[in-house]
Design a protein around this ligand. Structure first.
Ligand code: AMP
Ligand code: ZN
Length: 438
């Protein structure tokens, strides 16, 4: 079939002027909806004298206070909603990676819009109705399950809602059903390959896999390349969060250079997490998002805690929706060790450069004789010669040096056998903090 390269050409192909005009209109509507529908927002906006009519230009957005995860917790479970509960058809609660869960409500229209934004993203990277889509995410509160399911169905693919885990069954589905597109978190993509090797399955010879959506957790460019090499696929970075809806907020196009954030759905700001002032164009800061066509629970200037930047320049694909750079981590993921700020992704980026290492690692912060320190355990790959003790020692020294150059602290590196670190079914657990708290 000859298809259009666009799922929603009328929105994907808007130029900057058209995007901003649409955003202003939708922001004004969202403000009116929040003000009249949500007692939480009405009180907050009244307390600073801002009314929906106060928003005359997009710059007026800065008059609106930020919404934080704490606001969601304080109003748990339904307190920010802008419509009565009988107009909601589903709720999702965040995985609670950090702190208490939060709840996000959706109307039927919200679910449709969410599916549309993600279907548009999948179409952008080449998914078509002839494809067979297999989802390896859990189908529950984690939005990667139902989110991808509805989007893949809307796009028209044959869907295989495999759910999380049971890797042998996943592989059987790949081969029996001719799966061509897979959604997996990056740590699970590596696991799929590991089990394929054990089973003598060659992904290029024995499966039809060609496209993979990877997201939900930070990963480096090298990790993406590794997944592509291992599985013989093109892997595209997918960004989302339950507060916004789930996956489908931003997604890489075929250029694989930054994730287009769908600006007909969101207004994006990047702010300094300390001063909350906008950072200069192209610099890293905290991502702040305002939803533009949510019905049940719009969020105004939501502080995501994710650190990223907007890539300058135009994307050769022709879409003018801004591009987010790969996430640098979360401001609340940040480890502070001996006064140095460190993100797990910095460590992963170094580790991923060694072909002797597999992709699983665990960072432990601990206190030894009143001194805080870091241990990095990392699994060896099949390419490491585990019998050559001297070579392993040299490798260990080399990695330690590279890590010290990156994070300015000398960690203790432990090279451990493949498969020995604990596996989690959901997002990988990368950091354990066992330090004594004074
Ligand atoms: P949840 O709401 O539980 O789905 O978690 C959302 C969080 O997962 C985001 O705020 C990010 O911190 C992280 N996340 C999601 N997608 C990505 C991605 N592609 N790269 C890095 N981090 C991501
Ligand atoms: Zn593009």
């Amino acid at each position: 079939m000859d298809y259009s390269p666009y799922f929603n050409p009328e929105f994907e192909l808007l130029d900057r002027g058209q995007i901003e005009a649409l955003q202003l209109k939708r922001l004004q509507d969202t403000m009116a909806h929040c003000y009249h529908g949500s007692p939480f927002y009405r009180k907050r906006l009244d307390s600073i004298g801002v009314k929906p009519e106060s928003i005359k230009t997009l710059d007026d957005l800065r008059r609106i206070p930020f919404t934080t995860k704490q606001d969601l917790r304080d109003t748990y479970p339904f307190g920010i909603a802008s419509v009565p509960l009988d107009q909601c058809v589903r709720l999702h609660s965040s995985s609670g990676t950090t702190g208490n869960p939060t709840v996000v409500l959706h109307s039927a229209k919200d679910l449709h819009e969410w599916a549309n934004a993600l279907a548009r993203s999948l179409w952008m990277v080449g998914c078509r109705p002839e494809d067979v889509f297999q989802n390896t995410s859990g189908y529950g509160m984690f939005t990667g399950g139902l989110g991808f399911q509805y989007a893949a169905e809307l796009l028209g693919m044959l869907t295989v809602p495999a759910g999380a885990g049971n890797t042998l069954r996943q592989l059987k589905f790949f081969t029996d059903f001719g799966t061509t597109v897979v959604h997996a978190i990056p740590s699970y993509a590596a696991r799929l390959y590991e089990v394929m090797c054990q089973q003598g399955i060659d992904p290029r010879r024995d499966t039809k896999l060609k496209i993979m959506a990877i997201g939900a957790e930070p990963h480096s460019e090298d990790t993406r390349k590794r997944i592509e090499d291992m599985l013989g696929v093109k892997a595209y970075n997918s960004f989302g969060m339950s507060e916004m809806c789930g996956p489908g907020v931003a997604f890489e196009c075929k250029e694989q250079n930054g994730m287009h954030i769908w600006e007909d759905y969101y207004i994006v700001e990047i702010v300094d997490p300390d001063t909350l002032e906008p950072v200069p164009e192209g610099e890293v800061g905290e991502l702040v998002l305002t939803t533009l066509n949510r019905e049940a629970m719009p969020l105004l200037r939501y502080r995501t805690r994710d650190l990223t930047r907007i890539l300058p320049g135009k994307c050769p694909c022709g879409r003018e929706h801004k591009r987010l750079d790969r996430m640098k981590g979360r401001s609340d993921d940040m480890m502070i060790l001996k006064g140095v700020n460190i993100f797990p992704i910095q460590i992963e980026t170094i580790l991923a450069q060694y072909k002797e290492l597999a992709s699983d690692y665990l960072i432990t912060l601990d206190t030894f004789e009143d001194n805080d320190g870091m241990t990095v355990e990392v699994e060896l790959s099949d390419r490491a010669n585990v019998d050559d003790y001297a070579a392993l020692q040299n490798l260990n020294k080399d990695i330690t040096r590279a890590l010290r150059d990156e994070i300015l602290i000398t960690p203790k590196v432990k090279l451990v056998p493949k498969g020995s670190l604990p596996r989690s079914e959901g997002k990988a657990v990368r950091v354990k903090d066992l330090r004594k708290k004074y």
